[in-house]
Design a protein around this ligand. Structure first.
Ligand code: FAD
Length: 530
């Protein structure tokens, strides 16, 4: 069962080793935990629903609490300290297209705001009800979870959008196919959420981002149905799929999507490599992409993240041996870990492995084979469970991300990290901040930054500290010409920075599109554009 106030299945834990705990205390200071508010006490705080009864609408406190917040750090603060100011007035779980239509039509007649809800894994406030005079309804798509059609000849699958990652893969795998979209939130996020937020999976370098996979579908809107036929390519004017991608629930409810799938690959393997420092690692991954070497994932950690990854692997003895070996070969504290993968057929794997190994060597790197890659693979969807453990130790965690051209990568990484550290220093607190390049492109890379800091007793104070760091980092991103999001989307948290990227005319255009589909402005108000 999904935790109501944290990440993931409540029966899954990710314990912290003694070594990791000592490391954290050294970096952040003595750790003090503060108790969470109980679910029962929160349930009693929920005001009565403003929605008039309807057979499709659930108004229990439990339904409303569960849909009140997502997975951002402000969401965790609200849920764990009992500081929630807005709840949806009800939740609908449509079973079919007719119920989606009925929900939209009822809402439009009664001026009810609608928030399409996939897996609720948003980390930027997408699914949170914002202050509004109108009643608010969450539309949880989880019952629309079937593979409707698999066209093996065209390698296209039509899938209902409430389908979660594991259910998509299960249904496709049974017929020998895969979508290959694996965000770290894979366990709970859904196809509809991925499309509406322009998500990127861990192996997007091989399979493509969601916009490369999404070729058509069906959207229900307050002004009618909107169908997008699956053309392999088209020169027939602007591509209307782009209106749906990244629409964040503002223009309608996507009920089914047609996506590109492929046969399950013969091999899907992950390797580790080390570089002496960040610069040589960056040069190597840039060469990989610019030389068109067909790996599936390329994730380069800075020295701090490298140290933490090894520390968290839980294999203390193996790590000590590895550390000794690397030091003998002159890979010291500046060393950077690269995780890379190869997906495809056996012959191709052999060729790519050879190409990538010699490229790594040419950049003074060392290829260390599969042990670290296997450990990464084993924990690829488990790492988020650490957020629960760290919280219990009194540590808050957040992540942010961007993408910039190669020429700006170093400066942007450094300025994001400095902005986060400097802004917390103001409160006389220390932060542990580290980055990795998570996706690489011919012309640039995405930068993913994680920061850990001590919690305090007062939720408002904790929120203010987070906000200072987030604002500092966001300003560093936009001032370096980075996008405010490479994969998490805009929601509420990134909306103030969108104009910098899209310009005034761009924002007006997005608003005009929302208005065309949703003239009363009832769909997910306050998200994407304010
Ligand atoms: C631990 C963790 C790891 C993550 N890792 C990644 C990652 O690797 N890559 C990545 O891209 N993101 C990642 N995310 C962010 C998040 O998982 C993605 O944004 C994801 O795409 C959201 O999907 P969801 O189904 O949970 O959508 P929700 O959070 O429920 O909704 C997100 C937005 O999509 C809209 N929406 C959802 N379904 C529909 C629909 N059917 N029709 C119209 N609009 C809809 C909602 O209204 C909302 O605006 C991570 C989040 C967490 C918590």
């Amino acid at each position: 069962m999904m935790r109501w106030n944290g990440w993931g299945d409540s029966s899954v834990n990710y314990p912290l080793s003694e070594m990791a705990e000592t490391y954290l205390q050294e970096k952040l200071g003595v750790l003090v935990s503060f108790p969470d508010v109980s679910k029962n006490s929160l349930l009693t705080q929920i005001p009565s629903s403003k929605i008039s009864p309807h057979p499709l609408i659930q108004t229990t406190s439990s339904d409303r609490l569960y849909h009140s917040r997502g997975q951002s750090l402000p969401d965790w603060i609200a849920l764990r300290y009992g500081n929630i100011t807005t709840f949806p007035d009800g939740v609908v779980y449509p079973q079919n297209l007719e119920e989606v239509r009925e929900t939209i039509s009822f809402s439009y007649k009664n001026n009810i705001c609608l928030i399409p809800y996939g897996g609720g894994t948003s980390v930027v406030g997408h699914i949170n009800p914002t202050q509004n005079d109108n009643p608010i309804l969450s539309v949880n798509m989880k019952n629309l979870n079937c593979l409707l059609e698999l066209d093996k000849k065209s390698q296209l699958a039509t899938i209902q959008t409430g389908t979660s990652g594991p259910l998509i893969e299960k249904q496709l795998n049974q017929q020998g196919y895969t979508l290959g979209h694996f965000p770290q939130s894979f366990e709970y996020s859904t196809l509809g959420g991925w499309i509406a937020t322009r998500s990127s999976g861990q192996q997007s370098y091989h399979y493509g981002r969601i916009e490369d996979l999404f070729v058509g579908g069906h959207l229900e809107t307050p002004v009618g149905s909107f169908s997008l036929p699956p053309h392999p390519a088209s020169a027939a004017g602007p591509d209307l799929k782009q209106l749906v991608l990244g629409s964040e629930g503002r223009i309608g409810i996507l009920t089914k999507a047609i996506v590109r799938v492929q046969p399950i690959p013969e091999v899907d393997v992950f390797y580790g490599a080390f570089f002496r420092n960040w610069n040589s690692g960056c040069d190597a991954v840039k060469s990989i992409v610019q030389n068109n070497i067909q790996i599936s994932i390329c994730r380069l950690s800075d020295p701090t993240e490298t140290e933490i990854t090894l520390l968290l692997s839980g294999k203390e003895n193996q790590i000590k041996w590895l550390d000794r070996g690397l030091k003998t070969l002159n890979y010291h504290s500046d060393r950077c870990l690269l995780i890379l993968g190869i997906t495809g057929n056996r012959n191709k794997k052999r060729i790519i492995r050879h190409e990538v190994k010699s490229l790594i060597k040419n950049h003074s790197g060392i290829f260390v084979g599969r042990i670290i890659g296997n450990s990464w693979e084993k924990n690829r969807f488990k790492t988020p469970y650490l957020r629960n453990t760290l919280w219990d130790y009194g540590v808050a965690v957040d992540t942010l991300e961007t993408a910039v051209p190669w020429k700006n990568v170093h400066k942007t990484v450094n300025e994001i990290k400095s902005a986060i550290s400097n802004n917390l220093e103001f409160f006389n607190e220390k932060v542990l901040v580290f980055s990795h390049l998570s996706h690489i492109y011919r012309d640039g890379a995405s930068i993913y930054t994680t920061f850990l800091f001590r919690r305090c007793k007062d939720p408002d104070e904790l929120f203010i500290r987070w906000k200072k760091m987030k604002q500092g980092a966001s300003k560093a991103i936009v001032s370096n010409g980075g996008t405010i999001s490479h994969q998490h989307g805009v929601g509420t948290d990134h909306a103030p920075y969108l104009q910098e990227e899209k310009g005034e005319l761009g924002i007006q255009t997005i608003k005009a599109i929302c208005n065309e589909f949703d003239p009363k402005g009832l769909l997910n108000p306050g998200k994407l554009v304010m």
